[in-house]
Every structure is written in C-alpha cells, then in structure tokens.
Design a protein around this ligand. Structure first.
Ligand code: RIB
Length: 310
C-alpha cells in the first residue's frame, strides 16, 4: 500500500526576483524579471510527498483570490487531496518574496495571509484525518498553537509527527516544540535559533542535536545544505553527506528533503537510508527555478541514487 501522509501547513504564491547581488541599504538595483511559482513550505512538502508516491492530504487555507485559485488547482493537478484546504473570504492568500542570487542561494520574506488563520477548525479536521495516515508533516508557517495541537492529537493516535522547524520565530522557539513532535527537523539557522549553538558543520550539528534531545526531542534531523544531514535519535546517529550539484535555485530544497524523510518514515525505512534518500531529493530540488516546479519525482530520486551510488 502507498504510504499516507497528512500535511498541515502553509500555501503561498512565491514572487521571485533573480539579482546579480543583493542591494545594500538605500541602494536600487535591477532584477532580471518578476516570476511567480507556487510555494509555501506546507504545499511544497505536500507536492513533494505526492510526487514521491505518497497518498497525500493537505489541511490549509488560501484566500478568495487569483493566487488562491491557482494554488489550489496546482495541488489538485499534483494529486494532493485538497478537500480540507479552506478558502478564506476575508484574508488574501499567503505570498513570499524570494530574492535569488546568481549562485542559487535565496532570501525569503513571507506574508502569512490566510495561513495565519489556520486554527481550531483545521485542528478538528486534522484530528479526524489522522486516523487514516502513517505520518503527519508540518512546517512552522502556521500558528504554533495549531502545530502543537495537531502534534498532540497525532501522539494520542500513535501517528508519527514530523516537524520542519522553519521559520524559527521567537514564538516558535519558546513553545517547547522539540518535545511535542516525534521527528524535529531544523536547518542550520533554525537549529541555532532553537539551541543557541551555531551550526556550521556536522560536529556542531551533533552538539545542537544533543541539546534538542535534552529539550525532549525523540529524533532530530538537522539539514546541513551542501554538507548533507545529521540525525541523532533513539536508534543511533548518522551524518549523511550531500549529493553534489550545481544549484540553479535552492528554494524548497529543505522542503523536498523533509517530505522525502516523511515518506520514508511512512514506508518504515530505517533512518540512515531515509537520510540518504532525502539528501537526493533535496539535491534534485536545487536544479530548477521555483519551489513546487522543482520537487523531484520518485523516479528522479531513484535515478540519482543509481547514478551516484550504483
Ligand atoms: O521553503 C521555501 C518556501 O518558503 C517558499 O516556497 C516560500 O513560499 C516560503 O514558504
């Protein structure tokens, strides 16, 4: 049977500008063009799970606007079940402004829009849907109380919860999230925000992961960009090196990674192998412009694994 994943998370339209370098304070520079692409950490992860072969359900909100209609239709086209994606009549769809540098690195500013309203209603829906899934996956672009409530419901029902710990707002950092979920997965910046430990490499990641375990986490998976990922948990520890690629756009590479991790967990894959596969998914997501357009399929991940590991 196909793995089943519930995503409770954000849906944004990304407004992308590529520039030769970032402007200094008070400076005006030219960008190449304004492009739009479907994004939002939750929606990216839902699309990624679906392309990786999971039966994927999404709980979220869009506005009653052009972006919302496109975002919802895009999810449907990707095979994501959007029956529980509500159209908010009062608030516009979430948007994200993405500045992309020549080397593919990004800086993102998110306008929450309708995502900010994801609350009690969605928790109640998620509670029902949890009965039919193997894993629930959440990013932190929705209210922290919602994340905590869904994680508690998942724990009560014996469903594994995976948290993509971004963005690490002060409110999120103060909310005791490492202990609330089963798999806590920050990137380097987020790991530092949650632990106070600067994470430059796998050695630092080990230290930060230990701190997160002390804070109550069961399994910690720290995304290290082009250095791969580090896992520490009940079953052991592992640093899995990255697959080297020449990035076009690193936006949502972390989403592809975390989604792949969630799908592997839903399939019962051991963590070292899950990390390896997630690294492959993250690397492939760097090869195309835009968040959702770059999410790799299961075939693409298999192809890279075959090519690089034989
Ligand atoms: O992780 C990348 C995503 O972060 C973008 O798609 C943007 O919408 C923000 O949510």
């Amino acid at each position: 049977m196909a793995p089943r994943v519930l995503v409770v998370g954000s849906i944004n339209m990304d407004l992308i500008v590529r520039c030769a370098r970032l402007p200094a304070r008070g400076e005006t520079i030219h960008g190449d063009a304004l492009r739009t692409a479907p994004g939002g950490k939750g929606a990216n992860q839902a699309v990624s799970c679906s392309r990786l072969g999971a039966r994927t359900l999404m709980v979220g909100r869009v506005g009653d606007d052009e972006f919302g209609a496109k975002l919802r239709a895009g999810l449907v086209a990707e095979g994501v079940n959007v029956d529980s994606v509500r159209v908010d009549q009062e608030v516009p769809s979430g948007t994200a402004l993405i500045l992309l540098e020549q080397d593919g690195q990004n800086r993102i500013i998110v306008m929450k829009g309708a995502n900010a309203g994801i609350g009690e209603e969605e928790v109640a829906v998620a509670q029902e849907l949890l009965a039919g899934v193997d894993v629930v996956l959440m990013p932190l672009e929705v209210p922290v109380d919602t994340v905590r409530a869904v994680a508690a419901a998942a724990r009560a029902q014996g469903v594994c919860s995976v948290l993509d710990a971004g963005p690490a707002t002060p409110e999120a950092v103060a909310a005791g999230l490492p202990a609330a979920v089963d798999v806590f997965s920050p990137n380097q910046i987020e790991a530092e925000a949650f632990t106070g430990i600067r994470v430059r490499d796998a050695t630092d990641a080990r230290q930060a992961a230990r701190r997160l375990i002390e804070m109550g986490a069961r399994d910690v998976v720290i995304k290290l960009g082009d250095q791969g990922a580090y896992w520490l948990g009940e079953g052991g520890e592992r640093h899995a090196p990255a697959f080297s690629v020449d990035p076009v756009d690193t936006t949502a590479a972390g989403d592809a990674f975390t989604a792949s991790l969630a799908v592997s967990i839903a399939q019962g894959t051991e963590m070292p192998e899950a990390l390896h596969r997630a690294n492959a998914a993250g690397a492939l997501a760097c090869l195309k412009l835009g968040a959702q357009p770059s999410m790799p399929t299961a075939e693409a991940v298999e192809g890279l694994l075959q090519e690089r590991t034989g």
